[in-house]
Design a protein around this ligand. Structure first.
Ligand code: 5GP
Length: 191
């Protein structure tokens, strides 16, 4: 998606630890006009697929998922990050390794909101090593729901998550794939 690549080039900042900061339009201030373009693009890519629900993870995924959901006319469920290890039985839960905070946390979704009849599109802002996506896929599997695919805004292709998840047979659509990045030269995009 050319518009996204241009925004990353112009506004993105590469930080230590292979973190790309896109706070001016995606992760802190949110460019809603641009989010609408993301929504249209995911709708185009997943055209013809039956989707009943969008699943994302708090917090950065929520804003994007809400705008995208308007194009699919479906509800959004977000997995909550739980600090308590003692979780009641009416939730599905998985462990996720946080890329940005370097710790493990539980993600939870109430069983009421994921059902075997659901056909789910996962939406997230970044795909790095794939732990967040694996956790979300785990929740979908536990619910007996169908995973249609994952729509990712920025995939860091050099961190292996995309390969890992695609090798599981999951359709992953990333709007920009970064194959390398340096503080000085910025991002190198795949094609
Ligand atoms: P993964 O679980 O694939 O290793 O990492 C994905 C999650 O970590 C995303 O939900 C995102 O919030 C966060 N993340 C990973 N890499 C980056 C990055 O370079 N920049 C930002 N802003 N978030 C990232």
């Amino acid at each position: 998606m050319q518009l996204l690549k241009d925004k990353i080039r112009n506004e993105g900042k590469v930080k230590d630890g292979n973190v790309l900061k896109v706070d001016s339009f995606l992760n802190h201030q949110m460019d809603i006009k641009f989010f609408n373009e993301i929504g249209k693009e995911f709708k185009r890519r997943f055209e013809g697929e039956e989707i009943t629900k969008i699943l994302t993870i708090e917090s950065s995924g929520i804003g994007i998922a809400c705008i995208v959901a308007q194009y699919f006319d479906v509800p959004v469920v977000f997995a909550k990050k739980s600090k308590t290890s003692n979780i009641a039985g009416d939730v599905y839960t998985h462990k996720v390794q946080s890329f940005t905070h370097n710790r493990i946390f539980d993600i939870i979704v109430a069983k009421d909101f994921l059902n075997p009849e659901d056909k789910i599109l996962v939406i997230d802002d970044f795909l790095a090593k794939g732990s967040a996506l694996q956790g979300l896929i785990g929740l979908i599997q536990d619910a007996g729901a169908t995973l249609v695919g994952a729509g990712i805004v920025i995939e860091k292709g050099f961190q292996g998550g995309g390969e890992l998840i695609r090798n599981m047979g999951v359709r992953v659509e990333s709007l920009a794939i970064v194959d390398g990045m340096t503080e000085k030269e910025g991002c190198i995009f795949r094609n």
